[in-house]
Design a protein around this ligand. Structure first.
Ligand code: FE2
Length: 230
């Protein structure tokens, strides 16, 4: 599922958003507080939509995507100073924005560098992505007619600012980042990326798959001290 419509206007987001959006460079602590409030409000909305469902319906995921697009539209809350792109030679950087105590509903700010690409993979949990800055080209794969016939491309699309996409736990996709600089997107997963032992990578040629054992490096947002001197 891919969505390109504008974020809904009926969300209950803090009034402090508007102060941030109209201030050219708010103090880092105010910005962090406002972002924390915005993320918490968004996740509260999302928890209310999903409830206890481990595998939300497509309709629920579309509602979650609308909430995430609304948060992603507030790009001023996610400055490079707080969320720098990957260092030279590093493919991607993930920043943890929110996570429930049971590791469910894990929200990250994702910054993959140009040239970063993944093999086809599933997530073993639902996922919703929303664009803040740059384009995230996606390829969705499906199994061939026979087990040994490999994967076939189902569709391709790009998620940019104002756009989103949803994936069920068993959908297979890959991404390949182009452009000039690290993109900046929100990635929300049903469960922590550090605790998905059933997640699998695939060989598109023969359809074989194996557990994805490499865990990503997940960072907190850049410290306020560093950010205030950026
Ligand atoms: Fe993925």
């Amino acid at each position: 599922m891919q969505h390109q419509n504008r974020p809904p206007s009926g969300g209950r987001l803090p009034a402090a958003y508007f102060a941030i959006m109209t201030t050219s460079r708010p103090p880092a602590d105010i910005l962090t507080q406002t972002r924390t409030t915005a993320v918490a409000a968004t996740m509260q909305q999302i928890r209310a939509i999903i409830g206890a469902a481990l595998e939300p319906t497509p309709q629920q995921l579309e509602q979650v995507a609308a909430c995430l697009r609304q948060l992603a539209a507030l790009g001023g809350l996610f400055p490079d100073a707080h969320f720098p792109g990957p260092d030279e030679g590093v493919a991607e950087t993930l920043y943890l924005l929110s996570e429930d105590d049971d590791l469910n509903n894990a929200l990250y700010l994702y910054r993959p560098a140009p040239g970063m690409s993944t093999p086809p993979h599933d997530h073993s949990t639902w996922a919703v992505i929303a664009g803040i800055e740059g384009e995230e080209p996606n390829t969705v794969w499906q199994s061939g007619t026979a087990p040994e016939s490999g994967l076939q491309i189902s569709r391709r699309f790009s998620v940019g600012p104002g756009q989103s996409a949803c994936f069920t736990h068993d959908q297979i996709h890959s991404i390949a980042i182009a452009g000039e600089r690290a993109i900046k997107h929100l990635h929300l997963y049903g469960h922590s990326l550090l605790d998905l032992p059933r997640r699998r990578d695939f060989n598109a040629a023969d359809g074989s798959s194996w557990p994805q054992t490499e865990k990503p490096l997940v960072l907190p947002p850049q410290s306020l001290t560093a950010a205030s001197h950026a």
